[in-house]
Structures are given as structure tokens and as C-alpha cells.
Write a protein that binds this ligand. Structure first.
Ligand SMILES: N[C@@H](CCC(=O)N[C@@H](CS)C(=O)NCC(=O)O)C(=O)O
Length: 203
């Protein structure tokens, strides 16, 4: 399978962490694909009109995109413990956590774009800051339950979002005032699958 990949993308990292957890890395042919919000990638758009990574191309040519959809596909390729629980309510909780982590990442990417503009919109920056505060507060409350729940797509998405704060918002101390989720993240960061997929800024 061909994976449109980058060492900088937190959404690609979700896929790579899942592949490591599930023992599927050897089946992925990672192709470096450079995307940018302001520059459509015409070649990639033949496979994914959204011009986004991760994009997975199966051996029969089927194209799968959006990290959540790719994770669901990978989870079907093995017989071990699943990243997406089969039954409710665990399944719904894992998916809700994945939605939280993914949406957190979505606006962190927007935030980064905004702050790099010549004249950033103060309204947007203030809104992103307010959302980050609310999300970190919610995650701190949920940290104990997260730690007590089997590793899932939700853990991957939330962990990748927090790690992205370290990668692109390093000057801001997100751990301050959030000791529970900070402790959970330290455990997440120590997993072999997470250590094997540290982001690299190769720009
Ligand atoms: N919802 C998508 C988001 C993927 C995404 O935003 N990827 C970024 C890279 S981290 C991207 O491709 N950006 C290019 C663009 O926005 O045009 C997913 O979960 O895969």
C-alpha cells in the first residue's frame, strides 16, 4: 500500500502510530508528499481531490483518505486487540475522543497558518486560544478515564494533538494547570509506536 506521508504531519503520524501498534509498517510504502494549504498538490489531487495527507492507495488502486477512515481500514487487517472497540459504549467513546483530537488538530493547523500571516486576525487568534483552553480543561478532567481505557484511536488522536502542541507551539506551556493530562501524555509519549514516529521539521 502506498501512503502519502510526511514526517511533519500529525494526521500522518496517527496512521503511523496505528501501523506500529498493529504490526503493519512493512506493508506501507511511505512516499514523501509535500502539501500546503495555499498550494494545491495537483498530482495528489488525482488520488485525493482534497489535496491532503494522509492518503492511502491500496494495491488494487482503491484510495482511502482521512486519517480516521485509514485507521478503521488498518484495524481490519489484523487479528489482535482492536484500536476501535466493537461494542457500544466503548466504541462511541473511542470515536468521540478521536473526533476531539482530530478537531483540536484541525484548528491548531489553522492557528499556525493564521499566526504566520502578515496581519493575523485577532478574532481568530483569540477564538483558537479560548478553544485550546477549553479542550485542555476537558482533557485534564478525562485523563484518568483515558489512562484506564484500552489504547484506541481516541488515544492516538488526542496524543498526536498534544504532541503537535510541543512540535509547533513549543513556547506555550500547555502542561501548566493540566497535570493529569500532562501525566497521561508522558505515558503516551513513551510508547514504542509513538517514539518511532517523532515529528521532524525537514522544511
Ligand atoms: N481530516 C483530515 C485532515 C488531514 C490534514 O489536514 N492534513 C494536512 C497535513 S497535516 C494537509 O494535508 N494539509 C494540506 C491542505 O490543507 O491543503 C485527516 O484526518 O486526515
Amino acid at each position: 500500500m502506498k501512503l502519502h506521508w510526511s514526517p511533519r504531519s500529525p494526521f500522518v503520524r496517527k496512521v503511523m502510530i496505528a501501523a506500529h501498534e498493529l504490526g503493519l509498517t512493512k506493508r506501507l510504502d511511505c512516499v514523501r508528499t509535500v502539501v500546503a494549504t495555499t498550494k494545491p498538490h495537483l498530482e495528489l489531487m488525482q488520488e485525493n481531490p482534497l489535496s491532503k495527507i494522509p492518503t492511502l492507495v491500496l494495491d488494487d488502486g482503491t484510495v482511502i483518505y482521512d486519517s480516521a477512515v485509514i485507521l478503521e481500514y488498518l484495524d481490519q487487517l489484523h487479528d489482535g486487540p482492536k484500536l476501535i472497540p466493537a461494542a457500544l459504549p466503548e466504541r462511541m467513546t473511542a470515536q468521540r475522543r478521536q473526533a476531539l483530537g482530530d478537531s483540536f488538530l484541525d484548528f491548531l493547523l489553522l492557528w499556525r497558518n493564521e499566526r504566520e500571516r502578515d496581519h493575523p486576525s485577532q478574532v481568530h487568534l483569540a477564538t483558537y486560544a479560548a478553544k485550546r483552553k477549553a479542550i485542555l480543561h476537558a482533557l485534564d478532567r478525562e485523563a484518568g478515564d483515558l489512562a484506564a481505557t484500552p489504547f484506541s484511536v481516541g488515544h492516538i488522536a488526542i496524543g498526536c494533538a498534544l504532541s503537535y502542541l510541543d512540535f509547533r507551539f513549543a513556547a506555550e506551556d500547555w502542561r501548566g494547570g493540566h497535570p493529569h493530562i500532562a501525566a497521561w501524555h508522558a505515558e503516551f509519549a513513551a510508547r514504542p509506536s509513538v517514539r518511532a514516529t517523532e515529528p521532524v521539521d525537514d522544511s
